[in-house]
Design a binder for this molecule. Structure first.
Ligand code: GDP
Ligand code: MN
Length: 454
């Protein structure tokens, strides 16, 4: 029996069935069939409406694909920019290890300032030690009381009880009050800190992070020159239990403000294949990670412990209104909304694809994940003496774009490319085909086994 015959069998069967039925029953059957077909067609159209158009060219390429002479690069004027590290006195050694690393890999040539922020008064020993480690200006500020902690209108006892409950449910990092304060601060009030007022750009650092390659050009200058607003390294899934109602809260803000579901927003969504009534019911029944239409967030976000971004975007009305909307819903305490998904959802709601930048050329490690670009063949500038300190590096690797990197295990990444691929789609002219997507072979997973689970 041929394949066509098998495929036609249900139709033949329907024809026979119709002939045996009374006229009324046949009419009913026709109506059922027509409705089923219409629903099926509608759900295909619904999923298709989430397609992300392919731009005429790649809208985001690496800023650098090899070493540059950092002394020459640093001869250009500086941007109005600063490093920022929020940290605690108890993390002095970890903070110092980050600073020594970024000084060696970048700031020994560029001397950008570092702003240290704390919610408590600084320990003079911290100030002394870190002052000595920074080659630019180091400033130590204490965050204003009203910028750190519960919003004034919140019932604090109730919030504390909810935090304790999240802790006993074992929700990732959700049992500590200070972690909630930190996430809320980095989501909103951070951008109003007085010490940042006169800067346009920031580069966020955390204690014990590591830059695995030399950064021999000025990322701030490139962000400015190419009109970028948000730069990231690692993209990955959020832990869904930490923020069940976050995605819906952002999507509600989108609907209330008539913001269209542009390709960037659609890059955050897995459209539902369910027929329209079931989709609506899903959206009504559970708000968790769903739009009103029942489509789901793909949980993807950028890892905000690394960020190089334009403060003007985050200080602007659109972002601040979104933050106020989220803050009023109480989710920074009733759930444990991270600043990372808040930032990522915001930039995907409010920015066009060409404003984002993936720093694919920067080697970055924050426990437990990293990205490492591999060393650019023939691009290591071995005769440049300014790079002498960074002579120890991994071998050059095919397709590598890094400068003097030391990649762990010689691998480029330890992180699957699923989220990077999803979030970059609106900016990508070159896209992996369905076979590569299905096998999870992405351009940026070269050199790593397919099934490395993180
Ligand atoms: P993780 O990266 O999500 O594991 O969170 P971290 O514990 O690394 O915290 C993120 C950043 O906020 C780090 O730079 C911490 O030093 C800082 N941080 C977190 N909680 C506090 C706090 O209560 N006070 C201060 N001053 N810094 C904090
Ligand atoms: Mn951290």
């Amino acid at each position: 029996m041929g394949l066509a015959t098998i495929a036609l069998r249900p139709l033949v069967f329907l024809g026979q069935l119709r002939r045996r039925l009374s006229r009324r029953a046949a009419l009913r059957l026709n109506v059922v069939l027509a409705v089923t077909f219409a629903l099926f067609l509608e759900s295909i159209l619904h999923v298709r409406s989430h397609t992300i158009p392919r731009p005429p060219r790649d809208l985001d390429e690496p800023f650098s694909t090899q070493c540059h002479d950092p002394v020459l690069a640093a001869a250009s004027p500086r941007e109005n920019a600063t490093f920022v590290m929020l940290t605690r006195n108890s993390e002095m050694d970890k903070a110092r290890s980050t600073i020594e690393n970024i000084e060696r890999q970048f700031n020994q040539w560029f001397h950008y300032p570092v702003l240290f922020l704390n919610n408590e008064p600084w320990d003079p020993e911290f100030v002394r030690v870190l002052n000595a480690s920074v080659s630019g200006l180091a400033t130590f500020e204490v965050v204003d009381k009203e910028d750190w902690g519960y919003p004034a209108w919140m019932d604090v006892d109730d919030a504390k009880a909810k935090i304790a409950a999240q802790g006993s449910e074992g929700i990732y990092k959700a049992g500590a009050e200070s972690y909630h304060h930190m996430c809320r601060f980095y989501s909103g009030n951070f951008y109003a800190v007085k010490a940042l007022k006169n800067y346009r750009w920031y580069w966020r650092l955390e204690p014990t992070v590591e830059f695995m390659c030399a950064i021999t050009y000025d990322p701030f200058a490139e962000m400015a020159r190419r009109g970028k607003a948000y730069g990231y390294t690692v993209a990955l899934w959020e832990v869904p239990e930490t923020c069940p109602s976050l995605f819906r809260a952002v999507d509600d803000f989108r609907v209330e403000n008539n913001i269209p579901a542009a390709p960037m927003w659609r890059a955050m969504i897995i459209p539902s294949w369910a027929p329209w009534p079931i989709r609506r019911l899903k959206g009504l029944w559970s708000k968790d990670h769903r739009t009103r239409d029942g489509d789901r967030w793909n949980y993807c976000h950028y890892w905000s412990n690394f960020e190089i971004a334009d403060l003007d975007f985050f200080r602007g009305d659109s972002y601040q209104e979104l933050f106020q909307h989220l803050d009023r819903s109480g989710g920074f305490y009733s759930e444990r909304w991270g600043d990372a998904p808040v930032h990522a959802l915001a930039v995907h709601l409010l920015l066009p694809p060409e404003k984002l930048h993936h720093f694919a050329d920067i080697g970055y490690y924050h426990e437990p994940f990293f990205q490492c670009p591999g060393n650019a063949p023939g691009g290591q500038l071995l005769n440049v003496t300014a790079l002498g300190d960074n002579a120890q590096s991994s071998p050059e690797s095919p397709g590598g774009i890094g400068c003097r990197c030391q990649c762990p295990d010689e691998r480029r990444r330890n992180n699957r490319g699923v989220c990077l691929n999803a979030l970059q789609t609106p900016a990508a002219f070159h896209r992996p085909g369905w076979w590569r997507r299905w096998r999870q072979f992405y351009p940026y997973t070269i050199g790593m086994e397919r099934n490395v689970v993180f």
